[in-house]
Design a protein around this ligand. Sequence first.
Ligand code: CTP
Length: 403
Amino acid sequence: MLSNRRILLIIGGGIAAYKSLDLIRRLQDRGARVRCILTDAAQQFVTALAAGTLCGERAYTDLFDAQSEFDVGHIRLARDTDLVVVAPATADLMAKITGGHADDLATAVLLATDKPILIAPAMNPHMWAAKATQRNLAQLKADGFRVAGPNSGEMAERGEAGVGRMAEPTEIVAAAEALLHRAGALTGKRVLVTSGPTSEPIDPVRYIANRSSGKQGHAIAAAAAAAGAEVVLVSGPVTVPDPAGVSVVKVETARQMLEAVEQALPADVAVFAAAVADWRPRQASAGKIKKDGRGPPTLELVENPDILATLAHRKSGRPRLVIGFAAETDDVLAHAKAKLKKKGCDWILANDVSPTTGIMGGDDNTVHLISAAGVEAWPPQSKEGVARMLVGRVATELGKKKR
Ligand code: CTP
């Protein structure tokens, strides 16, 4: 909930601005008090009257407006809030914020505020992919801005699709709640999650990978953030969008994943949902391997580090709760129990990933929770459902350990 939380919504000038009107309502539904600033460009898409009517107070538009400077002033707008949300954050607005511009009310407030800022970028996929935008995004993240979306899908322009759609209002609300730590079961806890496959290069164009989509790991990261945790998600190459309100570290190989995981410590809880490649080619070829008439090449494989076992067996800095997955195609429970022991983790979520189950890459999951206390069968449900149940169990367990 956002009961009595004050949110300053800055609406930028993009077609997604129409969704920001819905966002005002959704934030209010969660109990927030919303104030609005519209940039000049935003007013080409929605009116200050519409935004102000929804907010129940005038929407602010001008830096040098005698009345609003007299009423509140841009410094008070910047300070009398708990969170600033920029939605849609256009490429231009992102560039201005990155550069510390303050030539209109929105940018002046963003520069003056000492409150957390959540941005929801929205723009054409080419603008999003542009080097300048990605550079600005990296800088904004380094400066502590939190980012929700963008999602991939159809653009407003006919025939255009790709990454650049603004996150849905419900996703932005979830990110705002996570940021304000109000939902609470994991407030103050740091959670580390691995997700997706790893990709192990054979040569510059070929690699060894697997069918993991990252859906389950990403759902766990999102559920932990929604419960108030500070979440670091270390992800292999996936196409699912970054969950809102989560710090995402992108890696390719198992060795990079291990390094990123170790750098993300300390953590209270670590969940290893990634499908890490067990082996990698001993030496990735520097050039593309060619057919040279001497028959197929032999790939010599070497074992990758076991990230879960490495973390679970740490003498110092071991997370209080280490949770692994066991993806099996036969003797699921027996193999999973053996894995719990071998890897030294506290819990294992076992699932049957035989092709007929459709779990690998699919939207649903059927898991068993295995711990020292025994085996628990969870009902078949969506991967989000599994994530919420797991987060609930984690919160209970951490609560128990404290007493
Ligand atoms: N795991 C890991 N690092 C690895 C291999 C696996 O962190 N190099 C983690 C996975 O994220 C998962 C758990 O270990 O939480 C079990 O992964 P799984 O692939 O089921 O088991 P393996 O250890 O690879 O064993 P096997 O392939 O023999 O079933």
